[in-house]
Design a protein around this ligand. Structure first.
Ligand code: UD1
Length: 336
């Protein structure tokens, strides 16, 4: 069965490719390489033994994208493609709305045109916006605090409406918590452009000396050690959740939302200390002011995914720290 992966050369898409191969699917990668590299393709072949079917196409380019639908009998789509930097989205909001919404609309129109009825979408825990009650469940109110978050919120709404209008459609909206780590081979992983915004890639670049020290954004939150608490999730577990969602949508019509997290919260200092212990490296850090827009804690109630997708996270933060560092050491410059 052919599964189309928009943004399939990226961090989460590439790991999902590997999982889909294991489950007997034929993934087809469509990616404009804006935030990824063609070099990931040979790595995927090394890991999986399968040469990826790849198209360098922008999903917003409907004409070029249509050719892929024409050429392949696609059974389902996983839609990863999108801009994802929170800070950047505040500075160039129109680019975020144009790219993330446009690509989704093109995709949905083509699915309709070619009778493709199964879709998995990369949403984010960012849609829980200002909820302070933890753990987060899928029925809690949603919103956003920045343009990136609003694009996820809006796309969720678009897909719910798309689904409501067509009883044949099956859609899974996956709300990711904080994906980190890398494939155990060290061949694929996260390659942030420039100075990383997210915690784990920042830590790995401090560990290898590229960055001098980590700034810990605030230690006066109402959390056990005062630093922010998040639900870190191994990217290979997240990839497996996509494979489980593909199976689920082949058996269930309608639109369903799933939290994809471990259900456990760890603080910034928990992550730093675990990284140091597991990898035997020192992470110099300094406590600085809170980062605007950050919340004290954010972790999932993943029970719906467990009950309905029969998926749950297998890896702990030790493995996340080990694999993130293994990837960084083997690819000091990433793959971009
Ligand atoms: C961020 C985004 C979220 C997005 C997710 C993608 C914000 C406000 N949220 O989540 O919308 O879906 O990335 O992975 O940007 N931290 C430090 N020092 C650093 C970097 C981070 O102390 O240099 C702390 C943060 O304050 C936070 C934790 O580490 O407590 C995790 O931060 P980060 O990795 O950026 O993820 P989120 O902010 O949770």
């Amino acid at each position: 069965m052919k599964v189309l992966l928009t943004g399939g050369a990226g961090f989460i898409g590439s790991h999902t490719f590997v999982e889909l191969i294991k489950d007997g699917y034929t993934p087809i990668i469509v990616d404009n390489l804006y935030n990824s590299s063609e070099r990931v393709l040979e790595r995927l072949e090394k890991i999986s033994g399968v040469k990826p079917i790849f198209y360098k196409i922008d999903v917003c380019d409907k004409k070029a994208f249509r050719a892929v639908f024409k050429e392949h009998d696609i059974s389902s789509v996983i839609h990863f493609a999108g801009y994802k930097a929170v800070g950047e989205s505040v500075n160039i909001p129109l680019a975020y709305y144009r790219n993330n919404i446009d690509s989704t609309l093109s995709l949905c129109e083509l699915m309709k045109e070619f009778g493709v009825v199964q879709l998995v979408f990369s949403s984010s825990a960012t849609v829980y916006a200002n909820n302070t009650q933890m753990p987060l469940t899928e029925d809690m109110p949603t919103g956003a605090t920045n343009p990136y978050g609003w694009t996820k919120y809006m796309i969720e709404q678009i897909l719910q409406d798309f689904c409501a209008a067509d009883p044949e459609l099956s859609v899974a909206l996956l709300r990711y918590f904080n994906p980190v780590g890398a494939h155990e081979s060290g061949l694929i992983g996260e390659s942030p452009r420039g100075i990383p915004n997210n915690l784990m890639p920042y830590i790995t670049q401090v560990a290898n000396g590229k960055l001098e020290r980590l700034s810990v954004f605030g230690n006066d939150y109402p959390t056990p050690d005062g630093t922010g608490v998040r639900d870190y999730l191994h990217v290979c577990d997240l990839a497996a959740a996509h494979a489980a969602a593909c199976k689920y949508i082949s058996q269930h019509k309608g639109c369903e939302i799933f939290n994809i997290g471990t259900g456990k919260g760890y603080s910034v200092l928990d992550l730093v200390k675990t990284f140091e212990t597991v990898n035997q490296v020192k992470i110099p850090y300094a406590i600085v002011d809170r980062r605007p827009g950050d919340i004290a804690e954010c972790y999932a109630d993943p029970s719906r995914a467990k009950n309905q997708l029969h998926w749950e996270a297998k890896f702990g933060i030790q493995e996340m720290c080990r694999d993130a560092w293994n990837w960084q050491q083997k690819n000091p410059e990433g793959l971009l």
